[in-house]
Design a protein around this ligand. Structure first.
Ligand code: BGC
Length: 255
């Protein structure tokens, strides 16, 4: 198994894409730090499934929106797991609002979870790699909306655009340390983040009409790519955004 003996920290690992990634990593032999906003039945369940797959799982709780919490979370993660080989910044939120209606509170929340969290968690991870005297891998779960406009989700797009530049900058700055940094840009994946959309048939139909492969993605569609990026097969990939969207981003047709 290509991830045997590796340990990966995944944020937002109790549901959606993060859960899919955590389970896939375990199936490829990796031990997983299951970082969650809240310890609950869902995080317990994910840990149980990881252990059933024969890997180790350590749940850690924290809100990635604040630097103090991020530092504590990372400290607890290394205390439990020892060495961490890869970090997957997956936790993310979106809040729908027209531009005129965006509140400061919502803006801060979206930017803090989606951008500040990955920024400072990556900082912790880099310090850890230096202490261990080895390289590592950072994978951010971004979105097609790091490039593609999404009306009524401006703060979300700003956060993902920022995540793109965070990744590009770190890829260059951290390369001498042997740390690779890449983004995965999913399109419309069936997860709790777009549960509302799934309950609005007209909107869902319009979205599906924009997806050449004609369906929403599943967390499992994204998980294999995350496992690949954590593996030695991806050692020479850094500074890249890998899109996984059923063709959504570059779709164009006149009829
Ligand atoms: C968003 C979803 C949206 C999808 C495609 C994702 O980044 O979280 O709400 O459906 O992009 O537009």
């Amino acid at each position: 198994m290509r991830l045997q003996g590796k340990t990966v920290l995944v944020t937002g690992a109790a549901s959606g894409i993060g859960r899919g990634i955590a389970l896939r990593l375990a199936s490829e032999g990796a031990n997983v730090v299951v970082a969650v906003h809240r310890l609950d039945e869902r995080s317990e369940q994910v840990c149980k499934q990881i252990r059933e797959a024969g890997a180790q799982a350590w749940p850690v709780q924290g809100d990635v929106a604040g630097v103090g919490e991020v530092e504590r979370l990372f400290r607890e993660a290394t205390a439990a797991a020892g060495s961490i080989d890869a970090l997957i910044n997956n936790a993310g939120i979106e809040i729908r609002a027209t531009f005129g209606e965006v509140t400061e509170e919502d803006y801060d929340r979206v930017l803090n979870v989606n951008l500040k969290g990955p920024f400072f968690l990556s900082q912790q991870f880099v310090q850890h790699c230096r202490q261990q005297g080895r390289g590592g891998k950072i994978v951010n779960i971004s979105s097609v909306h790091e490039d593609l406009p999404f009306p009524n989700f401006t703060s979300y797009c700003v956060s993902k655009g920022g995540l793109r530049m965070l990744m590009r900058n770190l890829a260059i700055e951290l390369a001498p340390l042997g740390i690779t940094v890449n983004n995965i840009a999913p399109g419309a994946i069936q997860t709790p983040i777009n549960k509302g959309l799934q309950q609005r048939p007209d909107q869902l139909r319009a979205l599906l009409a924009n997806i050449p492969l004609g369906r929403l993605g599943e967390p499992g569609d994204v998980a294999g790519l995350a496992a690949f990026l954590c593996s030695a097969d991806a050692d020479y990939i850094t500074g890249a955004t890998l899109v996984i969207d059923g063709g959504l981003l570059w779709n164009y047709a006149e009829q």
